[in-house]
Design a protein around this ligand. Structure first.
Ligand SMILES: Cc1cc2nc3c(=O)[nH]c(=O)nc-3n(C[C@H](O)[C@H](O)[C@H](O)COP(=O)(O)O)c2cc1C
Length: 187
């Protein structure tokens, strides 16, 4: 059975991470499918200039949030796991409370019930107490909180390098074999 990775894209700032991550999955020959929220579509356009149609060239399939009867809604769909990149506080809250109101949130809920990996690349600053509690609840239910916090120790020359390093570490975290990752070798 083919095991695709499901990528959720919500309306948090950080759409360039989603695009770079999908490009990397393609480079690694990992099949992906995308579920994008309505806010995700808007922020994607604003931050990257890409439409959903253009995004669909980087993945096998793009589902809109209202396609509630699509395969990601069911635990029987053959996904190896799901990464939500970037993940809003709103979607985090829906996941943490088990209150799925669209296909993206339902797919995340399914990952938790099926005990499959669910990685949330949350983005907000600063966090309020509700955000912190929701992150704790989601982590207790099995999700991994993987904040969009860029590193500097690899000395990125520009934003592209910063984003690229982040998504390569994310892919490696998911167990994918990533080449050309600058590793820390001590001072
Ligand atoms: C340009 C822009 C940037 C945003 N950045 C964030 C963010 O970093 N984190 C967040 O939680 N919400 C952010 N929002 C707000 C969400 O898009 C909004 O709460 C939306 O309803 C979330 O819906 P979704 O979780 O279904 O994508 C941003 C909105 C816009 C327009």
């Amino acid at each position: 059975m083919e095991k695709k990775l499901l990528v959720g894209i919500t309306g948090a700032s950080g759409a360039p991470y989603a695009v770079a991550f999908l490009r990397l999955l393609k480079e690694l020959s990992v099949t992906s499918e995308v579920v994008i929220s309505r806010a995700g579509e808007e922020v994607l356009k604003h931050e990257t200039g890409l439409s959903v149609e253009e995004l669909s060239e980087l993945t096998s399939r793009v589902y809109r949030e209202d396609e509630i009867s699509a395969p990601p809604a069911s635990g029987s769909a053959p996904y190896r796991g799901m990464v939500i990149v970037p993940c809003t506080m709103g979607t985090l809250s829906a996941i943490a409370q088990g209150a799925a109101r669209n296909l993206l949130q339902r797919a995340a809920d399914v990952m938790l019930k099926e005990r499959k990996p669910l990685v949330l690349v949350v983005r907000e600053t600063p966090f309020n107490l509700i955000h912190l509690r929701n992150m704790l609840s989601a982590a207790e239910a099995g999700a991994v909180i993987y904040p969009a916090m860029p590193a500097f120790y690899h000395r990125p020359k520009d934003l592209r390098e910063m984003v690229e390093f982040f998504v390569r570490r994310l892919a490696e975290f998911l167990g994918l074999e990533v080449r050309n990752l600058k590793r820390w070798e001590g001072l």
